[in-house]
Design a protein around this ligand. Structure first.
Ligand code: FMN
Length: 248
């Protein structure tokens, strides 16, 4: 089954992941390029991109040559924008909705910190599917080039290869690959045993405050406040004096 990776990438992270997967599994790639590229610098980059997501824009794309009937499997790759997928994918999907209906679909998202889950959900909704065959989340793979992320991208590719085998036996495979945001297993989390915590009962707290020497406490606070006030006034006096001397 031939695979096509359709992706958009503004600053290279998604492109890095897409090309790595393609090289591993022997897939073709199609990079979507808006005719009017988004700003990729400064605050405007986020404002323009965020607005495009919010308005569910379909930015016009530069012409591409693809025969979707040659592919049984489409993998979408995208950067997470405002917890959604980057809008160029919306343009592509709108243009090929009919043909996509008969394909197996997988997807991976590249993000800085969070939002990929929501973005993948939004893409599933747009494609009107329950689940992707294989789903991946990678943390800025091109920029950070961490071994862990590369391994997760390769794992994603291997899951796609496995999916090819699964098809031959007619067994669908749903697998999720997450990189760098891999959850830590519960037994690796530090535990605090209960008996190491100091036991304080309500009665202890009540006793402590009933023995509270309010008069002594008030005297201490007043003395502290007056001392700080005196220090503040003295310092201010010397600063003002110095400034006035200079003016003379
Ligand atoms: C307009 C815009 C919105 C973004 N929103 C998010 C976000 O919600 N969550 C996140 O983790 N990263 C967000 N990012 C960062 C990108 O998802 C991240 O840098 C990604 O790896 C970029 O992929 P690319 O190099 O292929 O464009 C945003 C970036 C842009 C430009």
């Amino acid at each position: 089954m031939k695979t096509l990776i359709v992706y958009y990438s503004m600053s290279g992270n998604t492109a890095y992941a897409a090309e790595r997967i393609a090289a591993r599994i022997g897939a073709d790639t199609l990079r979507l390029v808006p005719t009017k590229e988004y700003r990729n610098k400064g605050l405007k980059k986020f404002l323009q991109g965020g607005k495009s997501v919010l308005l569910a824009e379909k930015p016009p794309l530069e012409e591409y040559d693809v025969d979707l009937s040659r592919y049984g499997h489409i993998v979408f790759g995208f950067p997470v924008w405002a917890a959604s997928f980057a809008p160029p994918l919306r343009t592509f999907i709108a243009a090929h909705r009919g043909k996509l209906r008969r394909k197996q679909v997988s997807a991976f998202a590249c993000q800085k910190s969070s939002g990929a889950e929501k973005a993948l959900k939004a893409l599933r909704k747009l494609l009107r599917i329950e689940a992707f065959e294989v789903e991946g989340v990678f943390i800025e793979p091109g920029r950070k080039k961490a071994k862990e992320t590369d391994a997760a991208i390769d794992e994603f590719g291997d899951a796609l290869i496995e999916l090819g085998a699964g098809n031959r036996t007619g067994q669908p495979l749903h697998r999720r690959v997450r990189a760098a945001v891999r959850p830590v297993s519960r037994d690796k989390l530090p535990t605090i045993s209960k008996d190491k915590l100091p036991s304080v009962s309500r009665e202890d707290v009540r006793k402590y405050f009933s023995n509270w020497n309010y008069r002594k406490h008030a005297k201490f606070c007043t003395a502290l406040y007056l001392s700080l006030y005196a220090i503040d006034m003295t310092v201010s006096y010397f600063i003002c004096k110095k400034m006035l001397d200079k003016l003379d």
